[in-house]
Design a protein around this ligand. Sequence first.
Ligand SMILES: O=C(O)CCC(=O)C(=O)O
Length: 380
Amino acid sequence: MPYTEHQPDKGGYKGSAKATIPLPFANPRMEEPTEQPADASNVAKPDSQAGKQGEKGRVRSFHFTLHTIFATADIFPDNSANITTSTSDPYTAARKALDRDGFVVLSALLFPSFDLESLRAAASRSVSAARSGKWPYIRTLPKQFPPWPQNASNGIWGVQHLLHPSNPDHLTFAKSYFDEELLRYVAALIDCDPDDLTMELYNMLVRPDHDFALRWHRDDIPATATADEELERLRKPGWHAQWNLALYDDSSLVLIPGSHKRARTDKERDADPYEPSLPDQITVNLKAGEVAFYNNNILHRGVYSCEKERMTLHGSIGTKAAGTQRARNVLQHGVGEWAKEWDLSQCRGEEWVERAKGMRERLVELGRESGDVGFFSKDE
Ligand SMILES: O=C(O)CCC(=O)C(=O)O
């Protein structure tokens, strides 16, 4: 199906800010105290850069056992994945880490069926099409939330709708989105029956044409929310899992561990939206092939350099149990408009197709039930 002129993510325009931040490298704690990291030299050094910026005088000691590291809420080792092939029951471990910290990093070795080379080749073609105006579904600078105007004169920071059937590479992306092992993690993280999983979004976050940053935000709670409103929403289940799969090393995502469970502190609330250094923030430091799942209502932002290649697949999958509560977050991206036309009977022979069919049907049903969902934050 050829894509049309219609850009579902059409919309307004708002100023942004540039921020280049030296941040503490950090990662979630390992689940099992007895497990040794692959390389102990990767354990985070005292956070000299962050110390300069925002945590002056705060000295972190690393002369304790790994057991202490796991038990210490604000210290994260500077390797990457905390869920590895040697983690016993990695699904439960991933879920516990996500619940506790609001994010979790999974080793590339847990996903042997991801074909990084094919994904990179497909990603390069999709980015070239997007940059040259041949692919209309794009995230344009300097806008943070959908809908995005198609005017790409300031460049792009994302490519939308990788699974759209008019993308010549959509089947390559589909293979990774409907990957059996990935879906096992997703079902474990949402705590739902695999047969209830619902297709949502598969986009790609890319190197912008000039340095660019997103403001601190929670995806589904406006900055204007009172503390009580924040807490009320944060106490409800998220009904989905969201992840970044890095095709190249990626240190763009910055977040505050644990902030998915609490209202903003006064300091966070009063901070500049682009504040380069908030207490306890960390950079999620992904190596190529690693997957970071994170709670989309954790306090987070993106900080992007135009000099560093970025092709990070950015997906979300929901569950039927969410009903229409999750609808706006998903359907505001315009996925409902083409998903109902996606004819998966064309893809016979691919092992992921049967899983995809049910998931796509549940998305279409969500669109039918929800009607017009509007946008989370139309103008910014
Ligand atoms: O670039 C990232 O990884 C974060 C993106 C993000 O915060 C968002 O799309 O809301």
